[in-house]
Design a binder for this molecule. Structure first.
Ligand code: FAD
Length: 413
């Protein structure tokens, strides 16, 4: 009998297992994949997420693994260039860009060192229920034998298509639709600076670009198109990449001078939703609980935030400081309140609409003003609250976009 079983051993599951084990709880974490395998995801970890890694004592390991620390970010919005340094988050003034083959094993190792039991290549096939409560898992490990394990709480950290969410019938409580498709590749020889990343938006053309340095002297180039164009983009990814890069000559020149080292990969299934993230004997973290378009590079940071809040609440519940059911409900409420504003902003950006008039008016005013540029960039990175940069009615508009993004706009490629 475990205190907690965590299904999924990556950005949501591994830090949660680590935090609970550090508090002395008996934790089993399973994953159907082998630890250290890659996953379809780019990996810009904002300073708001990196500050949690720092708090957990893991940031230095990322640096030691040769992960670039990003202190300069440029936002190129059509012809406006906003480049600068943003405020730090709890003393961390860099973002980090670790390959998932670097980040995820560090997280799993930390969970193991804290005392969590880890079983990789173990696929959960169903949940065990006792009188309406989740009471454990059934699954098959490397040896091919089906086993059952019981726990007071089962946490689904099992990604967007979460088996745990499906099994408990976790309903979607916010559905923001799906608006982009995004594809990326790694290049050698195009490095500009080791500590700089850039985002470019071409509003007329409805294109969005992210590029940053990562491990092994590679640079990542990530392009977004409106979901309506997914079919043609997927038909010829190389042509779509080439044509879109022409719209940002500076980036195109860097890409031309480099060499593409991987195939172009990505997804046209990038929905935006919150699921109910708790119930009797269960909780969800990471993409299982909250999925959003990667256009704001928020997923890893959200998963860390879930782990931090659920770790605190669940530990209090397991120690008897509050009823476990209350702890799970408090987790769900806290994560929703904390992450909803950036979710709304993400959905708004992913619609690749013309800039709101307020932002159009704001850009010339902040261009050349380093403090204002830092605040604008910081609001994207989570080190400056969104409401310090955008007026309340604009934040309301972002939230309204989530409503507008409901099924009628949902894209099925
Ligand atoms: C194209 C793309 C680009 C992205 N870029 C960024 C970015 O730059 N920055 C950022 O912050 N976020 C980014 N994200 C989002 C980020 O990848 C996710 O938010 C993050 O991986 C969520 O972590 P997680 O632990 O919740 O789930 P996952 O990383 O999906 O891990 C889930 C784990 O659960 C395991 N699992 C699933 N089902 C079972 C089962 N039945 N039994 C056992 N194990 C199971 C899987 O094997 C997997 O290892 C991107 C996403 C995409 C698609």
């Amino acid at each position: 009998m475990y205190d907690v079983i965590v299904v999924g051993a990556r950005c949501g599951g591994a830090p949660l297992a680590m935090l609970l084990a550090r508090e002395g709880h008996k934790v089993l974490m399973v994953d159907r994949m082998a630890i250290g395998t890659d996953i379809m995801s780019t990996h810009y970890v904002k300073r708001s997420g990196a500050s949690l890694l720092n708090r957990w004592g893991l940031l230095e390991q990322l640096r030691q693994a040769g992960t670039p620390g990003i202190s300069e970010l440029s936002f190129n919005i059509d012809e406006t260039k906003l480049a600068g340094r943003a405020p730090g988050c709890d003393g961390v003034a860099e973002d980090f860009t670790p390959r998932r083959t670097v980040l995820d094993p560090i997280l799993v190792q930390a969970a193991a060192e804290a005392g969590a039991e880890i079983r990789d290549q173990f696929t959960v096939s169903s949940l065990i229920f006792d009188e309406g409560r989740v009471a454990g898992i059934r699954g098959t490990g490397k040896n091919g034998i089906e086993t059952a394990e019981r726990a007071k709480v089962v946490v689904g950290a099992d990604g967007i298509r979460s088996l745990v969410a499906k099994s408990v019938g976790a309903e979607t409580i916010v559905d923001g639709g799906s608006h982009t498709c995004g594809y990326y590749a790694y290049y050698s020889g195009m490095r500009d600076k080791d500590n700089a990343a850039s985002l470019s938006i071409r509003t007329q053309d409805r294109r969005f670009y992210i590029t940053f340095p990562t491990n092994d002297d590679l640079d990542m180039v990530f392009l977004f198109w409106p979901a309506e164009e997914a079919r043609s983009v997927r038909k010829d990814l190389e042509a779509a990449f080439g044509e879109s890069l022409k719209l940002v000559p500076e980036l195109e020149a860097r890409v031309r001078q480099g060499k593409r080292e991987t195939r172009i990969t990505g997804s046209h299934l990038l929905p935006n939703f919150f699921r109910r993230a708790h119930g009797p004997g269960w909780a969800l973290v990471g993409d299982a609980a909250l999925h959003r378009d990667p256009i704001t590079a928020q997923g890893i940071t959200n998963a860390f935030t879930h782990a931090a809040i659920l770790g605190e609440e669940l530990s209090a519940g397991l120690k008897g400081d509050k009823p476990i059911g209350q702890a799970l409900a408090d987790y769900d409420r806290r994560q929703f309140e904390k992450l909803k504003p950036m979710f709304d902003y993400t959905v708004h950006l992913s619609m690749l609409q013309p800039l709101p008039v307020e932002v159009k008016q704001m850009l010339p005013l902040i261009e050349g003003n380093q403090e204002a540029i830092g605040a604008f960039i910081g609001s994207f990175l989570g080190s400056v609250p969104l409401d310090q940069v955008f007026p309340p009615h604009l934040l309301d508009r972002f939230a309204a976009d989530v409503e507008r993004g409901r099924p009628e706009l949902r894209h099925v490629a």
